[in-house]
Design a protein around this ligand. Structure first.
Ligand code: PGA
Length: 248
């Protein structure tokens, strides 16, 4: 089996101005202290270039990317632009964008392909609502979402990561149980192997949704959990470092 380095990625969402660059530097220092784990920080687009300067080696990412290379898309940002700003990766298909910006699986697939095509790492998010979870259809729903969102195989499997984020666990303080996480990650691994063969074993599957210092170790102990996508607890080095430490 391929070995997978753990990846802990922060998602600042719509938070952060220049005043927060000190936290970027402090998070970069924390990452530096734990070289056994990959650490990334996905900041607002306005901060990418400055965060790259402040981060000294930490992988800085965007939170979204357009599926096309250029054109008449006011307000949107292409993968080449992200790379040009110094980004090393991008999130695609976050549930907040799937909901707020009505992004479809096909959109997400195009975004993932665009990111990989520009040499960026991609974190592709999937996850079910509380209604779907309560109906008992979570695994089937999330696997279907994944199947429809996956891009063509990347040259290096480590550049494509999946983030399983139950929508009901994001920003709510509720965390999926280890049994639920294990069941979902095993199912997603199967889908990755079905889609990409052996390369599917080299892709990281992250868990996301209210990950914090107090629950990170337990979550990282679940088979097929290769890291975390962290929102609220990535905003400060004080909250984020213990999660990096738990992954290391
Ligand atoms: P949270 O967000 O850690 O604040 O729940 C996770 C995410 O939405 O990526």
């Amino acid at each position: 089996m391929m070995t997978r380095r753990r990846l802990v990625a922060g998602n600042w969402k719509m938070n952060g101005t220049r005043a927060a660059l000190g936290e970027v530097t402090a998070i970069a220092r924390a990452a530096e202290a734990h070289r056994g784990v990959d650490v990334a920080l996905c900041v607002p687009a306005t901060l990418i270039a400055r965060a790259v300067e402040a981060a000294n080696g930490l992988a800085i990412g965007g939170q979204d990317v357009h599926g096309q290379a250029s054109g008449a898309h006011t307000g949107c940002i292409s993968a080449a632009m992200l790379a040009d700003a110094g980004a090393a990766l991008t999130i695609v298909g976050h549930s907040e964008r799937r909901a707020d910006q009505h992004e479809s699986d096909a959109d997400v697939r195009a975004k993932a392909a665009a990111g990989l095509g520009a040499g960026l790492g991609v974190i592709l998010c999937v996850g079910e609502s509380e209604t779907v979870r309560d109906s008992g259809g979570a695994v089937a729903h999330v696997c279907a979402q994944l199947d429809a969102s996956l891009p063509d195989a990347p040259a290096d499997p480590a550049t494509l990561s999946i983030a399983y984020e139950p929508i009901w666990a994001i920003g709510t303080g509720k965390v999926a149980g280890v049994a639920e996480i294990g069941e979902m990650h095993a199912a997603l691994r199967e889908r990755l192997v079905a889609a990409y063969g052996d390369a599917g074993q080299g892709m990281r599957i992250l868990y996301g949704g209210s990950v914090k210092a107090s629950n990170a170790s337990e979550i990282f102990g679940v088979p097929d959990v290769d890291g975390a996508l962290v929102g609220g607890a990535s905003l400060t080095a004080a909250d984020f470092e213990p999660i990096i430490e738990a992954a290391a």
